[in-house]
Write a protein that binds this ligand. Structure first.
Ligand code: MF3
Ligand code: CO
Length: 253
């Protein structure tokens, strides 16, 4: 995605359609938060998600995307993003990032959360809190007249002030009739730079943050991204519409 590619602005009607898609994503994530317990295998969470999508007659966005075989990305501990569901059993103290995307009535929804499994180490708790709060800092900058990298800088500065690092190898994205649309939304950047934000832009803002260094490595499965130094990683994502009335977080119930 190049910076000069056209950003498709969404009408208020289209934003309401995207609201529907994203509320379904939020519902699925709420169900998954309840189901993710020590002793559960990540493939069981995938099966649960499949069933819930079928019930709602919505299409998983990730399955088949560049050959990705599952509805969910499930990334445990040092896994950053794009972890694949497997027979791996979750245990007390793990942190699990779950990312889900769907398409409904022609429009996509995309969101992610990081879930603590039982009692987790203090550092893991602080990492999750910082990732969640950094997303809120970014969302707050998703306003008409601001620049794209105001969002990026708000995320990055918050994360770094808290002693953690932002992943650079993956970025957020525009979203609408496609899962990934321009512009790319990095979690790092210079405030006051980047395109000017307009009403009708819809962005998936998704900080991926590491307890150690920002570097990642892709495993031999071709998908799973892990921290290079083995440190913990957390990921939160919301789909956010920019409106004249401020940021409209479509994936927040
Ligand atoms: N939320 C992630 C993204 O927007 C998940 C994509 S996973 C993939 O890139 F399988 F679809 F690639
Ligand atoms: Co996304």
């Amino acid at each position: 995605m190049k910076e000069n590619e056209t950003i498709v602005l969404k009408s208020p009607d289209e934003i309401e359609k995207m609201r529907k898609s994203n509320l379904i994503v939020a519902e699925i994530l709420a169900i998954i938060k309840e189901a993710a317990r020590p002793g559960v295998a990540t493939i069981e969470i995938e099966r649960l998600c499949e069933g819930e999508l079928k019930k709602r007659k919505v299409r998983p966005a990730f399955k088949g995307y560049r050959g990705y075989p599952y509805c969910l990305c499930v990334s445990v501990n040092e896994e950053v993003v794009h972890g694949m569901p497997s027979r791996r059993v979750l245990k007390q103290g793990d942190i699990l990032s779950v990312d889900v995307g769907i398409e409904h009535d022609g429009y996509y929804g995309d969101a992610a959360v990081t879930i603590p499994l039982g009692k987790i180490p203090d550092e893991a708790g602080r990492l999750i809190d910082a990732a969640m709060a950094s997303l809120e800092r970014g969302i707050e900058k998703a306003r008409v007249g601001n620049r794209l990298f105001d969002i990026s800088y708000a995320v990055q500065s918050y994360v770094e002030e808290n002693g953690f690092s932002v992943v650079r190898a993956f970025v957020g994205h525009g979203i609408g009739r496609e899962l990934h649309e321009p512009p790319q939304v990095p979690n790092f950047g210079t405030p006051g730079k980047g395109i000017r934000l307009k009403a009708g832009m819809v962005l998936a803002i998704e900080p991926m943050i590491n307890a150690g260094g920002s570097e990642v490595v892709i495993l031999d499965d071709g998908w799973t991204a892990v921290t290079k130094d083995g440190s913990l990683s957390a990921h939160f994502e919301h789909t956010v519409a920019i409106t004249e009335n401020g940021p409209y977080v479509l994936s927040r119930p």
